[in-house]
Design a protein around this ligand. Structure first.
Ligand code: 13P
Length: 336
Protein backbone atom coordinates (compact mmCIF):
# COMPACT_ATOMS: atom_id res chain seq x y z
CA UNK A 1 0.00 0.00 0.00
CA UNK A 2 1.52 3.35 -0.97
CA UNK A 3 1.85 6.22 1.52
CA UNK A 4 -0.62 8.24 -0.53
CA UNK A 5 -3.14 5.43 -0.49
CA UNK A 6 -2.78 5.24 3.31
CA UNK A 7 -3.51 8.96 3.66
CA UNK A 8 -6.56 8.69 1.39
CA UNK A 9 -7.92 5.76 3.41
CA UNK A 10 -7.26 7.51 6.71
CA UNK A 11 -9.39 10.43 5.51
CA UNK A 12 -12.26 8.36 4.13
CA UNK A 13 -12.57 5.16 6.19
CA UNK A 14 -15.22 4.15 8.75
CA UNK A 15 -17.91 6.47 7.41
CA UNK A 16 -15.80 9.54 8.02
CA UNK A 17 -16.00 12.41 5.57
CA UNK A 18 -14.37 15.70 4.72
CA UNK A 19 -15.30 19.14 6.03
CA UNK A 20 -14.81 21.56 3.13
CA UNK A 21 -14.06 24.74 5.09
CA UNK A 22 -11.98 26.19 2.28
CA UNK A 23 -14.24 29.01 1.17
CA UNK A 24 -12.13 31.81 -0.27
CA UNK A 25 -12.45 35.15 1.54
CA UNK A 26 -14.84 36.28 -1.21
CA UNK A 27 -17.13 33.27 -0.80
CA UNK A 28 -16.92 33.33 3.00
CA UNK A 29 -17.88 37.00 2.95
CA UNK A 30 -21.02 36.10 0.97
CA UNK A 31 -21.87 33.33 3.44
CA UNK A 32 -21.35 35.57 6.49
CA UNK A 33 -23.16 38.57 5.06
CA UNK A 34 -26.12 36.32 4.22
CA UNK A 35 -26.52 35.77 7.99
CA UNK A 36 -25.71 39.40 8.89
CA UNK A 37 -22.28 38.81 10.37
CA UNK A 38 -19.43 41.11 9.24
CA UNK A 39 -16.73 39.17 7.39
CA UNK A 40 -13.66 40.06 9.47
CA UNK A 41 -10.59 37.86 9.74
CA UNK A 42 -11.50 37.25 13.40
CA UNK A 43 -15.08 36.22 12.63
CA UNK A 44 -14.00 33.86 9.85
CA UNK A 45 -11.60 32.20 12.30
CA UNK A 46 -14.07 32.17 15.17
CA UNK A 47 -16.72 30.22 13.23
CA UNK A 48 -14.22 27.77 11.83
CA UNK A 49 -12.53 27.27 15.20
CA UNK A 50 -15.89 26.43 16.77
CA UNK A 51 -16.33 23.60 14.26
CA UNK A 52 -12.74 22.39 14.43
CA UNK A 53 -12.78 22.09 18.23
CA UNK A 54 -16.13 20.21 18.33
CA UNK A 55 -16.49 16.63 19.52
CA UNK A 56 -18.04 15.77 16.14
CA UNK A 57 -14.65 16.31 14.54
CA UNK A 58 -13.18 13.31 16.39
CA UNK A 59 -16.06 11.00 15.61
CA UNK A 60 -17.07 11.92 12.09
CA UNK A 61 -14.50 13.99 10.21
CA UNK A 62 -11.45 12.41 8.54
CA UNK A 63 -10.11 15.51 6.79
CA UNK A 64 -10.60 19.27 6.65
CA UNK A 65 -9.91 21.41 3.61
CA UNK A 66 -8.60 24.84 4.59
CA UNK A 67 -8.11 28.10 2.75
CA UNK A 68 -4.74 29.88 2.70
CA UNK A 69 -5.83 32.44 5.32
CA UNK A 70 -6.97 29.75 7.78
CA UNK A 71 -3.98 27.43 7.50
CA UNK A 72 -1.83 30.34 8.66
CA UNK A 73 -4.05 31.37 11.60
CA UNK A 74 -3.54 30.64 15.30
CA UNK A 75 -6.44 29.37 17.41
CA UNK A 76 -7.52 30.88 20.74
CA UNK A 77 -5.79 27.92 22.42
CA UNK A 78 -2.54 29.12 20.76
CA UNK A 79 -2.36 26.16 18.41
CA UNK A 80 -2.02 26.45 14.68
CA UNK A 81 -5.16 25.38 12.81
CA UNK A 82 -3.48 22.24 11.36
CA UNK A 83 -2.44 21.32 14.95
CA UNK A 84 -6.04 21.68 16.08
CA UNK A 85 -7.19 19.40 13.26
CA UNK A 86 -4.50 16.80 14.03
CA UNK A 87 -5.59 16.76 17.69
CA UNK A 88 -9.00 15.53 16.59
CA UNK A 89 -7.39 12.75 14.56
CA UNK A 90 -8.27 14.26 11.18
CA UNK A 91 -5.93 15.15 8.32
CA UNK A 92 -5.36 18.82 7.38
CA UNK A 93 -5.83 19.71 3.71
CA UNK A 94 -5.59 22.87 1.63
CA UNK A 95 -7.26 24.37 -1.42
CA UNK A 96 -4.46 25.22 -3.83
CA UNK A 97 -6.20 26.50 -6.95
CA UNK A 98 -6.48 30.26 -7.25
CA UNK A 99 -9.98 30.30 -8.65
CA UNK A 100 -11.85 29.93 -11.93
CA UNK A 101 -11.38 32.63 -14.58
CA UNK A 102 -13.02 33.24 -17.96
CA UNK A 103 -11.81 30.64 -20.47
CA UNK A 104 -10.20 32.32 -23.48
CA UNK A 105 -11.97 31.07 -26.59
CA UNK A 106 -15.23 30.29 -24.74
CA UNK A 107 -16.23 33.31 -22.70
CA UNK A 108 -19.22 31.73 -20.95
CA UNK A 109 -17.03 29.04 -19.43
CA UNK A 110 -14.27 28.94 -16.84
CA UNK A 111 -10.79 27.56 -16.49
CA UNK A 112 -9.24 27.07 -13.06
CA UNK A 113 -5.91 28.77 -12.48
CA UNK A 114 -3.07 28.30 -10.00
CA UNK A 115 -0.40 26.16 -11.67
CA UNK A 116 2.27 28.88 -11.77
CA UNK A 117 4.49 28.58 -8.71
CA UNK A 118 2.40 25.66 -7.42
CA UNK A 119 5.39 23.38 -6.71
CA UNK A 120 6.83 25.97 -4.30
CA UNK A 121 3.50 26.73 -2.65
CA UNK A 122 2.92 23.00 -2.09
CA UNK A 123 6.21 22.69 -0.21
CA UNK A 124 5.12 25.50 2.11
CA UNK A 125 1.73 23.90 2.73
CA UNK A 126 3.40 20.56 3.45
CA UNK A 127 5.58 22.26 6.07
CA UNK A 128 2.44 23.77 7.62
CA UNK A 129 1.00 20.25 8.01
CA UNK A 130 -1.18 19.71 4.92
CA UNK A 131 -1.28 16.14 3.63
CA UNK A 132 -3.96 16.54 1.00
CA UNK A 133 -5.07 19.28 -1.38
CA UNK A 134 -8.01 20.39 -3.46
CA UNK A 135 -8.40 21.83 -6.97
CA UNK A 136 -11.86 22.51 -8.40
CA UNK A 137 -12.64 22.58 -12.09
CA UNK A 138 -16.08 24.01 -12.85
CA UNK A 139 -18.38 23.27 -15.78
CA UNK A 140 -21.78 24.74 -16.62
CA UNK A 141 -24.48 22.94 -18.57
CA UNK A 142 -26.34 24.43 -21.55
CA UNK A 143 -26.97 23.09 -25.06
CA UNK A 144 -23.42 24.17 -26.05
CA UNK A 145 -21.69 23.61 -22.72
CA UNK A 146 -19.51 22.23 -21.38
CA UNK A 147 -17.53 22.60 -24.59
CA UNK A 148 -14.76 20.24 -25.68
CA UNK A 149 -12.36 23.10 -24.93
CA UNK A 150 -13.47 23.44 -21.32
CA UNK A 151 -13.57 19.66 -20.75
CA UNK A 152 -10.08 19.24 -22.23
CA UNK A 153 -8.39 22.25 -20.61
CA UNK A 154 -9.79 21.70 -17.11
CA UNK A 155 -8.90 18.00 -17.22
CA UNK A 156 -5.37 18.94 -18.26
CA UNK A 157 -5.04 21.43 -15.40
CA UNK A 158 -6.42 18.90 -12.87
CA UNK A 159 -3.85 16.35 -14.05
CA UNK A 160 -0.90 18.77 -13.92
CA UNK A 161 -1.98 19.83 -10.45
CA UNK A 162 -2.31 16.20 -9.31
CA UNK A 163 1.18 15.32 -10.56
CA UNK A 164 2.76 18.18 -8.60
CA UNK A 165 0.78 17.33 -5.46
CA UNK A 166 1.77 13.65 -5.52
CA UNK A 167 5.40 14.62 -6.19
CA UNK A 168 5.23 16.59 -2.94
CA UNK A 169 3.84 13.60 -0.97
CA UNK A 170 0.24 14.75 -0.69
CA UNK A 171 -3.09 13.34 -1.89
CA UNK A 172 -4.85 15.43 -4.55
CA UNK A 173 -8.60 15.79 -4.40
CA UNK A 174 -9.65 15.92 -8.04
CA UNK A 175 -12.85 17.96 -8.19
CA UNK A 176 -14.59 18.34 -11.52
CA UNK A 177 -17.86 20.08 -10.57
CA UNK A 178 -20.65 20.07 -13.12
CA UNK A 179 -22.95 22.76 -11.76
CA UNK A 180 -26.63 22.13 -11.06
CA UNK A 181 -27.67 25.59 -12.40
CA UNK A 182 -30.14 25.36 -15.28
CA UNK A 183 -33.27 23.62 -16.50
CA UNK A 184 -31.52 20.52 -17.85
CA UNK A 185 -32.66 16.98 -17.09
CA UNK A 186 -30.84 14.46 -14.91
CA UNK A 187 -30.10 12.52 -18.08
CA UNK A 188 -28.24 15.53 -19.50
CA UNK A 189 -26.33 15.89 -16.22
CA UNK A 190 -25.46 12.18 -16.46
CA UNK A 191 -24.15 12.50 -20.03
CA UNK A 192 -22.14 15.69 -19.43
CA UNK A 193 -20.71 14.51 -16.10
CA UNK A 194 -19.71 11.20 -17.68
CA UNK A 195 -17.85 13.01 -20.44
CA UNK A 196 -16.11 15.31 -17.95
CA UNK A 197 -15.00 12.51 -15.60
CA UNK A 198 -13.88 10.27 -18.45
CA UNK A 199 -11.62 13.03 -19.82
CA UNK A 200 -10.20 13.75 -16.36
CA UNK A 201 -9.05 10.14 -15.98
CA UNK A 202 -7.58 10.09 -19.50
CA UNK A 203 -5.43 13.08 -18.52
CA UNK A 204 -4.58 11.73 -15.05
CA UNK A 205 -3.30 8.53 -16.66
CA UNK A 206 -1.23 10.44 -19.26
CA UNK A 207 0.31 12.43 -16.38
CA UNK A 208 1.24 9.16 -14.59
CA UNK A 209 -0.88 9.80 -11.52
CA UNK A 210 -1.00 7.05 -8.88
CA UNK A 211 -4.75 6.57 -8.94
CA UNK A 212 -4.68 4.74 -5.60
CA UNK A 213 -3.47 8.02 -4.06
CA UNK A 214 -6.21 10.41 -5.17
CA UNK A 215 -9.73 11.21 -3.99
CA UNK A 216 -12.36 12.04 -6.60
CA UNK A 217 -14.81 14.78 -5.61
CA UNK A 218 -17.65 14.80 -8.12
CA UNK A 219 -21.17 16.19 -8.21
CA UNK A 220 -24.08 13.82 -7.84
CA UNK A 221 -26.27 13.30 -10.90
CA UNK A 222 -29.16 15.72 -10.42
CA UNK A 223 -31.72 17.49 -12.55
CA UNK A 224 -30.95 21.22 -12.99
CA UNK A 225 -32.23 23.49 -10.22
CA UNK A 226 -34.64 25.14 -12.68
CA UNK A 227 -35.88 21.89 -14.21
CA UNK A 228 -39.60 21.23 -13.80
CA UNK A 229 -39.07 17.47 -13.76
CA UNK A 230 -38.93 15.92 -10.30
CA UNK A 231 -36.32 13.25 -9.78
CA UNK A 232 -36.39 10.91 -6.80
CA UNK A 233 -33.43 10.27 -4.52
CA UNK A 234 -33.52 6.64 -5.67
CA UNK A 235 -33.03 7.85 -9.25
CA UNK A 236 -30.21 10.22 -8.20
CA UNK A 237 -28.45 7.33 -6.48
CA UNK A 238 -28.91 4.97 -9.42
CA UNK A 239 -27.65 7.44 -12.04
CA UNK A 240 -24.75 8.60 -9.86
CA UNK A 241 -23.57 5.03 -9.29
CA UNK A 242 -23.90 4.19 -12.99
CA UNK A 243 -21.89 7.26 -14.01
CA UNK A 244 -19.09 6.49 -11.55
CA UNK A 245 -18.97 2.78 -12.35
CA UNK A 246 -18.63 3.53 -16.03
CA UNK A 247 -15.99 6.24 -15.78
CA UNK A 248 -13.84 5.86 -12.67
CA UNK A 249 -10.97 3.34 -12.72
CA UNK A 250 -11.22 0.80 -9.90
CA UNK A 251 -7.79 1.77 -8.49
CA UNK A 252 -9.33 4.95 -7.06
CA UNK A 253 -9.92 4.29 -3.33
CA UNK A 254 -12.68 6.74 -2.66
CA UNK A 255 -15.20 9.24 -3.85
CA UNK A 256 -16.22 12.19 -1.67
CA UNK A 257 -19.16 14.11 -3.08
CA UNK A 258 -19.61 17.87 -3.04
CA UNK A 259 -23.05 19.11 -2.02
CA UNK A 260 -23.25 21.73 -4.77
CA UNK A 261 -26.25 23.70 -3.49
CA UNK A 262 -28.42 20.80 -2.33
CA UNK A 263 -30.07 21.30 1.04
CA UNK A 264 -28.52 19.54 4.01
CA UNK A 265 -31.27 16.92 4.00
CA UNK A 266 -31.15 16.29 0.23
CA UNK A 267 -27.37 15.87 0.31
CA UNK A 268 -27.68 13.45 3.24
CA UNK A 269 -30.54 11.43 1.80
CA UNK A 270 -28.90 11.09 -1.60
CA UNK A 271 -25.59 10.00 -0.08
CA UNK A 272 -27.41 7.47 2.07
CA UNK A 273 -29.10 5.87 -0.94
CA UNK A 274 -25.87 5.86 -2.93
CA UNK A 275 -24.34 3.85 -0.09
CA UNK A 276 -27.31 1.54 0.28
CA UNK A 277 -26.93 0.59 -3.38
CA UNK A 278 -23.15 0.84 -3.57
CA UNK A 279 -21.98 -2.27 -5.43
CA UNK A 280 -18.55 -0.85 -6.26
CA UNK A 281 -15.23 -1.10 -4.43
CA UNK A 282 -15.19 2.69 -3.92
CA UNK A 283 -15.69 4.25 -0.50
CA UNK A 284 -18.50 6.76 -1.05
CA UNK A 285 -18.56 9.61 1.41
CA UNK A 286 -18.98 13.37 1.69
CA UNK A 287 -16.78 16.41 1.24
CA UNK A 288 -19.43 18.97 1.99
CA UNK A 289 -19.14 22.70 2.46
CA UNK A 290 -22.64 24.12 2.65
CA UNK A 291 -24.41 20.86 3.52
CA UNK A 292 -22.25 20.46 6.64
CA UNK A 293 -22.06 24.07 7.76
CA UNK A 294 -25.30 25.82 6.82
CA UNK A 295 -27.36 25.14 9.95
CA UNK A 296 -24.35 25.62 12.25
CA UNK A 297 -23.59 28.95 10.59
CA UNK A 298 -27.18 30.08 10.97
CA UNK A 299 -27.18 29.15 14.66
CA UNK A 300 -23.80 30.78 15.29
CA UNK A 301 -24.85 34.00 13.58
CA UNK A 302 -27.54 34.55 16.26
CA UNK A 303 -24.88 34.60 19.00
CA UNK A 304 -21.29 34.28 17.85
CA UNK A 305 -20.17 33.57 21.41
CA UNK A 306 -22.32 30.45 21.73
CA UNK A 307 -19.63 27.99 20.72
CA UNK A 308 -21.23 25.03 22.49
CA UNK A 309 -24.60 25.53 20.85
CA UNK A 310 -22.95 25.90 17.44
CA UNK A 311 -20.97 22.72 18.01
CA UNK A 312 -24.12 20.83 18.93
CA UNK A 313 -25.71 21.77 15.61
CA UNK A 314 -22.54 20.87 13.69
CA UNK A 315 -22.11 17.55 15.55
CA UNK A 316 -25.63 16.52 14.58
CA UNK A 317 -25.09 17.36 10.91
CA UNK A 318 -21.74 15.56 10.77
CA UNK A 319 -23.27 12.52 12.47
CA UNK A 320 -26.12 12.40 9.93
CA UNK A 321 -23.65 12.62 7.04
CA UNK A 322 -21.50 9.87 8.52
CA UNK A 323 -24.55 7.63 8.94
CA UNK A 324 -25.39 8.36 5.28
CA UNK A 325 -21.84 7.43 4.29
CA UNK A 326 -22.61 4.01 5.79
CA UNK A 327 -26.11 3.74 4.33
CA UNK A 328 -27.55 3.88 7.87
CA UNK A 329 -29.35 7.23 7.82
CA UNK A 330 -33.11 7.67 8.03
CA UNK A 331 -35.28 10.80 8.18
CA UNK A 332 -36.48 9.95 11.72
CA UNK A 333 -32.91 10.28 13.03
CA UNK A 334 -32.95 13.97 12.11
CA UNK A 335 -35.34 14.78 14.91
CA UNK A 336 -33.90 12.52 17.62
P1 13P B 1 -20.34 22.49 -1.35
O1 13P B 1 -20.52 21.19 -0.61
O2 13P B 1 -20.94 23.67 -0.62
O3 13P B 1 -20.73 22.40 -2.78
O4 13P B 1 -18.80 22.80 -1.31
C1 13P B 1 -17.92 21.79 -1.59
C2 13P B 1 -16.71 22.33 -2.22
O5 13P B 1 -15.64 22.15 -1.72
C3 13P B 1 -16.85 23.06 -3.48
O6 13P B 1 -15.60 23.26 -4.06
Amino acid sequence: MSELNKIALKILSNGKGILAADESNGTMTKRLEAVDVPSSKENRLSFREALLSSSGMKKFIGGVILYDETINQISSSKKTIPELILLSGAVPGIKVDTGAKVLAGSSEEKITEGLDGLRERLKEYYKLGARFTKWRGVYNISDKHPSKLSIQSNAHALARYSALVQECGMVPIVEPEVLMDGDHSAETCFNKTSEVIKKCFEELIIHKIDLSGIILKPNMILAGNKSDKEISSEEVAKLTLKCLKENVPTDVPGIAFLSGGQTEIQATENLNLINKHNDTNFIMTYSYGRALQQSALKFWSKDINDTQGTQKVFNHRAKMCTLAAQGKWSAELETK
